[in-house]
Design a protein around this ligand. Sequence first.
Ligand code: ZN
Ligand code: ZN
Length: 427
Amino acid sequence: MRIVADLHIHSYLSRACSPQLRPENLYEWCQLKGITALATGDFTHPKWFSELTETLVEADPGLFTLKPDRAKAVDERVFPACRAPVRFVLGVEISCIYKKGPRVRKVHHLVFMPSLEAAERFNTSLAKIGNLRSDGRPILGLDSRNLLELVLKADPQAVLIPAHAWTPHFAVFGSESGFDSLEECFEDLTPHIFAIETGLSSDPAMNWRLSALDGITLISNSDAHSPEKLAREANLFDTDLSYRGIFDAIKARDGRFVKTLEFFPEEGKYHVDGHRNCRTRLDPKETLRRNGLCPVCNKPVTVGVLHRVERLADRPEAIRPSGAPHFENLIPLKEVLSEVLRVGPSSVKVAALYRRLLESFGNELFILRELSLARLERDHPTVALAVDRMRRGKVRIDAGYDGEYGTISLLSEEDLASKRQMALFDA
Ligand SMILES: [Zn+2]
Ligand SMILES: [Zn+2]
């Protein structure tokens, strides 16, 4: 069956995360977004783990859902057009900070477990190494290779996938504290790494420029810190609804992993180089011309993902390796509506139209990707125009840098002027 999976999120127990990130809300938002399988996030946190065991029940091998009485209460408030089954995968992000060679390394990893028992074994072994209570995303003084060893010991089906592999500060290939190859990081256990998460600031095509990644599957997830951000990136499968179905598909590269749904990478907050505080955005060539120094403060700039990929790439152009899934670029629906209505994406007006569209047509990913434009155009002509532009990649973007998100636009002043009357109708 067709499955949209978002495998990297957090609970309310992770730093800087929304108090709304609780099982019932996640279950509800999965239906609004169009997610079939969602990582629980944070399962190493004792409090979250006990909440999960209290509220969830195994529904398919290795996948969980909300207990029936709780599910029923939530389903009643979900628009009928959006209702769909939801499954949870036991997943967590772990931050490893340690010294290797001359440098301090800071690398984030996603870890998945096929059962509550396996998760419990893993949690017990990690609790001996560091504090699992202070943050839903535990920070451990543990070498990435040794973390992988503990993962594999907990269960033969357990999986580790390096998270947002290119971000400068906390990633396996990060410019500030990462490595130049997977082998440098995982040594003898490297063959157990069969996928990396590309992160918001890079897309598969950028990664295809490294022949070293030809056998590695590229996955994409939201890394949501609030329910609204779920599925801003995600993975589309055509496989059976089970833990093995999902991870075998990622491993096998036989077509069961269909494609990733991606941000436009320029929209990510570390796409190009620069200094946020100095309001300086540099494209990689310019950074090189300036010897890596900021023209305002003369200190080294934060080197973004585009530059870092360029540095490690051994191909001038992206060539899709055989068996690699395709990808599709999306813009979150509220951002699209924000342009149509010319108000902020978190405004009341945008929220109202967002809910009206979901009620009429179905979940957000369906509206962005599949809904017929003719149907959408009847009542919402400007929204249809903007969605069409997004689907065809006709967007204008100011790239993100040094922690600042890029900005994207679909509609010109002219479009808005000519559709003015209709835009009023849209609202
Ligand atoms: Zn992270
Ligand atoms: Zn500066």
